[in-house]
Every structure is written in structure tokens, then in C-alpha cells.
Ligand binder design. Structure first.
Ligand SMILES: C[S@@+](CC[C@H](N)C(=O)[O-])C[C@H]1O[C@@H](n2cnc3c(N)ncnc32)[C@H](O)[C@@H]1O
Length: 397
């Protein structure tokens, strides 16, 4: 077990036996959905219990040294000046301003601790400062790594507040992660979520490839940009995409509305089952990936819209006959304005995929004015954490 598990936010439930974790998570989802669905909620366990994530974001953090960070009751002697340390790792649980040195890690791959060690040495040799979250000072800010499970390679991106001397960086990356592209980008905003700009490719290509595997050995290839969403547990997400595909095959719609479409995952994996698909996504890079992905897979029946779901629903009427709506929003859930419109859109079936059962339940309160929840099931994309993915099928009353 990782010795930082109690401090780091990545594996908060690691001490709970896995079967018990699933029970707890499904019980929490059942309780939230209870006003709308009282049937059994099945759960698909994670396909991989460790090294399951395809993407991680580590923070370069300049922070005060806490003598005993696990014991918050010990007060600091304020007459002694603070000592600082530079840390590269995941955020400390419940702290936006601190990180935990990554020495072991069971969620990405076995080479990660070695890579982090080498990057730390390299940064020290170059005298590069780490970002201070409170003072907004320092150069190196975030290290994002993504790896492909069903194709080859991945990407490593160094996000900094200003350009820095990258000499020697690609050599370390290529030594530990051969075949991965190496990129840099700038985030000089006040928060880590401010977004990136000025992407530079130091080696390799600006995107990476992943595939979703369908029945009979068929695969849909995805090209993914650094800014584009892709489900982080590739192997378990693949089971969910297959499940959704089997539902689409059962429902047999002519038109598919794929809201919160990302780089086109649902539109493209179901393209052969429908006449036409409308994929709506608000991140321009993801939409560009989606268009390219359609070409890569010789798919011609998907129309991409770069706008929010709420704007799309204000500007377009939903064709209710022979249509299916798929909703796969981020943690915030479906915008209330969009949810009201969807509740009265009249399509016979809605499939809702959610990474946050709380906002799912809030949206169901609105949707169930006109829809009944036919089934609900969970997919454990996030083992050893309290998070879980839920898939709900709604049918018009
Ligand atoms: C959970 S991801 C799902 C992506 C995709 N369906 C998939 O399976 O990979 C949610 C997506 O919604 C996008 N998004 C967030 N808010 C949005 C909005 N208001 N309207 C449309 N897309 C939105 C995000 O950029 C992200 O790509």
C-alpha cells in the first residue's frame, strides 16, 4: 500500500476492502436516487484495481514544511520562521494549497515514482521554482501525464506560469516514457482551472490516440488534445460504452442527440446504429478532435456543434420522433435551463451518464415530471475513492 494514502486525495478509501467500497458507494447512489428509482442498482467493478487511470495531474508546489501534517492539533511555534519545501505530487486531501510528495503510487503506472524523482532532480539542477498557490509565485505549476491503454504512447505536459529552460527534459521523458509526446503550456491565471495557452510540442505530436473497443474486435480510434476530456479509467469506461451501445441497439433511434459530447465518444461508438447524430460540446479543442475522429473512423453521419447544451437547446428544436438523447455532463450536472427544456422535449428515451449522483438526483427531480427511471446501474471508474459513475435509463411517461 502507498505510504502517503492517508494524506493524498487519490486513494481515500484504500483501507476499506474493495467489496465494501462498492457496497458503500452503491448505497449512497441508491439513497440519492430513492425518490425516483427503487429498483436494484447493479454495479460493474473496476476492470483494474491498480494502475487504472489514463490521466493524472500533479502539482509542483512551494509550501511551508509541516512537521506533522497529519496532526492538525499541533500548533506551529510562530516565533520560529517558516521553512519551505518544493513538492511534486497530488494535492493533499482537503487542501487546495498543499501537495504530497509522490514516492509510491498505485493509480497510474509503476514508472511514475521514478519519473517524479528524476523531474525533481532536473528542476533542482536548473534552479526552477515551484508554484506557491497562496502567493502566486514560481514557474513550474502542473505536470499532466496521459497514457493510452488500447493504443500506444501518451503525452506529458509541463504547465508553467512563464516559459522556462527545457533543455534535457525530453531526454528524461523519453527514457522513462518512450513514445510519449512532450509538451509545454502556460497557465498564468489565478487558478489551476484557468486554462492553458501557448502549447509547444518539444517532441512527438500535439495529440495522443486512444481506442474504444466494440464487439467483434472493431475499434473506434480517438485523437485527444491536452484540453479534451476522455474518461480516465479506459478499461472500465469501455464496458460502459459497450453497455450504452447495447441500449442504443435495443432502442433503435434514427437520431441521436449526444449532449456533453467531448471528443465524440457516444456519437462515434454508435454511428453505425443511427441515421444521424448531433454531438454538442463547448470545448473547441474537443470538437475539433471529434471532427477529426469522425474522419479517422470514416464516419460521416455526425454533426458537431461547438456550444453549450443550454445554448443549443435555445437555438434548436429537438426532433422528438425516433430520437434518443444521451446526457453525459461534468460534475455540475445539466444546467437547470437545459434540464427544463429536456424534460419537455418529448423524445421517448433519455440515457443519462453521471459522475456525480448528487447533481444527477437534482436533474432527475426535473426530468421525472415527464419521464420514469426504467433502470439505474453503476460502473466503478474510481476504485479506492468515494466517486462512482451512474448510468440511468429514462422513458417518457
Ligand atoms: C463527463 S465529460 C463527457 C464527454 C464525453 N461524452 C465522453 O464520453 O468522453 C463532459 C463534457 O461536457 C463538456 N461540457 C461541460 N459543460 C458543458 C455545457 N454546458 N455544454 C456542453 N458541454 C459541456 C466538457 O467539456 C466535457 O467534454
Amino acid at each position: 500500500m502507498c505510504k502517503n494514502a492517508a494524506l493524498c486525495g487519490g486513494c481515500a478509501l484504500i483501507k476499506v476492502p474493495y467489496e465494501e467500497q462498492l457496497k458503500q458507494k452503491v448505497a449512497a447512489v441508491s439513497a440519492l436516487l430513492e425518490p425516483y428509482f427503487s429498483g436494484e442498482i447493479k454495479v460493474t467493478p473496476t476492470a483494474l484495481n491498480k494502475f487504472y487511470r489514463n490521466k493524472i495531474e500533479l502539482s509542483f508546489t512551494h509550501q511551508p514544511i509541516h512537521k506533522d501534517p497529519q496532526n492538525k492539533k499541533i500548533k506551529r511555534d510562530k516565533s520560529v520562521p517558516l521553512e519551505f519545501e518544493d513538492v511534486l505530487g497530488f494535492r493533499q486531501m482537503g487542501r487546495w494549497d498543499r501537495a504530497v510528495n509522490l514516492t509510491d503510487c498505485l493509480i497510474f503506472n509503476e514508472n511514475l515514482p521514478w519519473f517524479v524523482y528524476k523531474i525533481n532532480l532536473w528542476a533542482k539542477a536548473k534552479n526552477l521554482s515551484f508554484y506557491d498557490q497562496r502567493k502566486h509565485t514560481g514557474i513550474l505549476r502542473t505536470l499532466m501525464i496521459r497514457q493510452s491503454f488500447n493504443k500506444k504512447g501518451g503525452m506529458i505536459m509541463f504547465i508553467s506560469t512563464a516559459p522556462f529552460d527545457t533543455n534535457g527534459l525530453t531526454e528524461i521523458c523519453n527514457q522513462i516514457y518512450p513514445g510519449f509526446s512532450v509538451l509545454t503550456a502556460i497557465n498564468d491565471g489565478m487558478s489551476d482551472a484557468s486554462g492553458i495557452k501557448d502549447i509547444r510540442v518539444l517532441s512527438g505530436v500535439p495529440t495522443m490516440q486512444e481506442a474504444i473497443l466494440l464487439e467483434g474486435g472493431k475499434e473506434i480510434i480517438f485523437e485527444i488534445s491536452p484540453q479534451s476530456f476522455f474518461q480516465t479509467n479506459t478499461k472500465t469506461a469501455n464496458l460502459m460504452y459497450q453497455k450504452v451501445r447495447s441500449k442504443v441497439a435495443e432502442i433503435k433511434p434514427k437520431i441521436l442527440y449526444d449532449f456533453y459530447g467531448g471528443a465524440g465518444s457516444f456519437s462515434l461508438t454508435n454511428a453505425d446504429l443511427v441515421e444521424k447524430s448531433f454531438c454538442v460540446e463547448c470545448v473547441p479543442e474537443a470538437v475539433e478532435n471529434g471532427k477529426k475522429n469522425a474522419d479517422l473512423n470514416s464516419i460521416k453521419n455526425v454533426e458537431f456543434y461547438c456550444q453549450t447544451t443550454e445554448d443549443y437547446l435555445t437555438e434548436h428544436n429537438i426532433e422528438s420522433n425516433n430520437s434518443l438523447v444521451i446526457l453525459d455532463p461534468a460534475r455540475a450536472g445539466v444546467h437547470p435551463k437545459a434540464c427544463e427544456k429536456l424534460a419537455s422535449c418529448g423524445v421517448k428515451n433519455i440515457l443519462y451518464i453521471s459522475c456525480n449522483p448528487k447533481t444527477l438526483a437534482e436533474n432527475l427531480e426535473v426530468l421525472t415530471k415527464n419521464y420514469t427511471v426504467k433502470s439505474a446501474e453503476c460502473f466503478d471508474f474510481f476504485p479506492n475513492t468515494k466517486h462512482i459513475e451512474t448510468f440511468v435509463e429514462l422513458v417518457l411517461k
